[in-house]
Ligand binder design. Structure first.
Ligand SMILES: Nc1ncnc2c1ncn2[C@@H]1O[C@H](COP(=O)(O)OP(=O)(O)O)[C@@H](O)[C@H]1O
Ligand SMILES: [Mg+2]
Length: 596
């Protein structure tokens, strides 16, 4: 319940609409609860045979007017309260998505995509149902009750009490059946999302499915999921069909009691026929508001669980940020590319050994660093720390002379661009993919970046050139093309630090050489024609297990088991005749063998 209070600031923004809504629902209910009075009056006139046609017509006219008034104001109520709940849902979803986007990387390891989607869909909808329908029906129930009870008690207090007796059963009934229906509905939804994601996985992996002859197996799996979906839908259908008849049964009880009691009162002359009719209609007016109480209770429970989840994530975002860092996505400040690691140690989880132990190195702005070494030696972990996806356990990291945790996140992300082996390509055009980090870039700049990444010529061979849409996750591109597209994207951003982590794994050595000539500061690998991109001075970190990739760097680190075991320039490391030298010789031999 605490969590629901946190929706108040959101409600507050639309309070004029909400107050109007409350006013409208009150007026609507005054109109609807006055109708039975005129019905009763007309019937009384008829039953004591003093009715005139004009008198009856007058009653009918008033009843028509009141009913129309009630309808119009109910419409206005919906237009105010339900509309504000949609507006609040929009605000809430926007704030929530924003907070998700700012979560640290570790957050996404713990929370799978499906779960986040369910927060965005189900939990926010639950909050909206509370803010809209629940608030509206609560207001409706309260005002209806107030007026109906007032009029009923004015007629006869004992019949009122007796005919109200079964009503709590209706509330309890809707509460229990309602929560069962809801659970069944949620089961159906979950089953459906399993069904669709299984189908999606099969289709995105269709090549693997085919080549391993798993079609029949996948079909069978789908059939199983589909059958379960059917079963769950049937269960929901049964509950839903039982719901209304169940309520109607209880309603019938109420009416029976009232008719029995009221009928006796009419026979004994304690009540008029018109009075009894009024009772009958009043009771009818109470049914749905009474049922709504059970339903609202359900919604409130769901909404409080949902808002608790939503706000705990929004809060964790705030706590996740370091004390004095702030996020200003819109600033244009860029930091200089000097890097220093000062005995940095880090482990991903408590029960694991260090992924980096006491790592130190220094890099001046505009220089290049190669990192190579054994698999799992912590190369990528250095990137994760530099881009601040994780915080070091001990030691300090400085970029541009500033301690990393004091650098504004927006500035950091503008200054550091990394290209990883595993790239993500969006299903938009090639040009838009390259412009992803700088939407305002001109087509010339885009072309230049693609040229630097060694991709320009290939893009021109596509049917629509730069406007070619690359399909889901870039399916129409080869692995190497995807990597170079990601590289062009990073280059276009013109960062002060460019990190390439295994970014050439699917690119042949010749193309790799061509690219390295263009991106390395000073064009180390020979007569490289320099790119004409503005401000070309940047720090480069190139990570690869291939010595041929890192050998042009000013300085090279050889890593093993979270430690830097050798460091120096390519000639220096060769002269050392250590592990770097061994690896180099072995890789050269392999290359020779491949040529044969
Ligand atoms: N997200 C992660 N969670 C837990 N352990 C990880 C994670 N990423 C890497 N590791 C572990 O940290 C060590 C270093 O990994 P990494 O830096 O990726 O090595 P590499 O030098 O091959 O890039 C490895 O033992 C790896 O298993
Ligand atoms: Mg790696």
């Amino acid at each position: 319940m605490e969590a629901i209070k946190r929706l108040l600031p959101y409600l507050n923004r639309y309070k004029t609409r909400l107050y109007l809504g409350f006013l409208f629902v009150t007026i609507s209910n005054i109109c609807s609860t006055l109708v039975p009075r005129y019905a009763g009056k007309a019937i009384d006139q008829i039953s004591i045979h003093n009715a005139t046609m004009s008198g009856i017509l007058e009653s009918i006219a008033i009843m028509l007017l009141l009913t129309a008034g009630s309808g119009i104001f109910m419409f206005a109520t919906r237009r105010t309260i339900i509309v504000s709940s949609r507006l609040i849902e929009y605000d809430l979803r926007r704030d929530f998505l924003y907070s998700l986007e700012l979560q640290p990387a570790a957050f996404f390891n713990k929370n799978p995509t499906g779960m986040l989607m369910s927060y965005i869909n189900n939990d926010i909808s639950a909050a909206r149902e509370f803010l809209g329908p629940a608030v509206m029906y609560a207001a409706n129930t309260i005002t209806t009750f107030f007026f109906v009870l007032y009029f009923m008690l004015g007629l006869s207090w004992d019949i009122t009490l007796i005919s109200l007796l079964p009503l709590p059963l209706i509330t309890i009934g809707t509460y229990f059946i309602g929560s069962k229906v809801h659970n069944a509905f949620r089961d159906v939804q979950e089953q459906f999302s399993q069904l669709t994601s299984s189908a999606q996985e099969t289709f995105s992996g269709i090549r693997v499915v085919r080549s391993y002859l798993r079609e029949a197996f996948e079909s069978l799996r789908f059939e199983g999921l589909s059958r379960q979906y059917l079963k769950k839908n049937m269960k929901l259908a049964i509950l839903q069909s039982a719901f209304i008849p169940g309520i109607m049964l209880l309603v019938g009880f109420s009416l029976l009691i009232m008719l029995g009691y009221g009928g006796r009162a009419v026979i004994q002359g304690n009540m008029t026929l018109g009075g009894l009719t009024q009772f009958y209609i009043y009771l009818g007016l109470l049914i749905w508001p009474v049922a709504a109480i059970g339903w609202i209770t359900n919604i409130i429970q769901r909404a409080s669980a949902s808002t608790a989840r939503i706000f705990s994530i929004m809060d964790s975002m705030k706590h996740g940020l370091q004390n004095n860092s702030s996020i200003n996505i819109n600033n244009d400040e860029k930091i200089d590319g000097a890097i220093e690691l000062n005995s940095v140690s880090f482990k991903y989880t408590e029960d694991m050994p260090n992924s980096l132990s006491d790592v130190s190195f220094k890099l001046s702005h505009g220089s290049s660093l190669g990192i190579t070494g054994t698999i799992g030696s912590g190369k990528s972990t250095i990137v994760n720390l530099l881009t601040r996806l994780y915080e070091p356990d001990s030691g300090n990291i400085f970029i541009g002379g500033k301690e990393l945790k004091n650098i504004d996140e927006g500035t950091l992300r503008k200054s550091v661009a990394s290209v990883l082996q595993d790239t993500f390509i969006f299903s938009i055009s090639i040009a838009d993919n390259i412009k992803f980090g700088r939407p305002e870039a001109t087509i010339d700049e885009v072309t230049e970046a693609a040229r630097t990444a060694g991709l320009h010529e290939e893009i021109l061979t596509f049917p629509a050139g730069y406007q070619t849409v690359v399909g889901e996750r870039g399916v129409i591109l080869s692995g190497g093309q995807r990597q170079r597209l990601a590289l062009a994207r990073a280059i276009l951003r013109n960062p002060s630090i460019l990190i390439l982590d295994d970014a050439f794994s699917a690119v042949d050595t010749q193309t790799e050489d061509y690219i390295l000539k263009r991106i390395l500061p000073n064009g180390k690998s020979g007569n490289g024609s320099q790119s004409s991109l503005p401000d070309y001075s940047r720090t480069c970190i190139i990570i690869s297990h291939r010595i041929s990739t890192v050998k042009y760097s000013d300085n090279i680190l050889y890593m093993n088991d979270g430690n830097i075991v050798e460091s120096g320039s390519h000639p220096e490391l060769l002269a050392l005749q250590g592990r770097y030298f061994d690896t180099f010789q072995r890789q050269q031999l392999e290359e020779e063998l491949q040529k044969l």
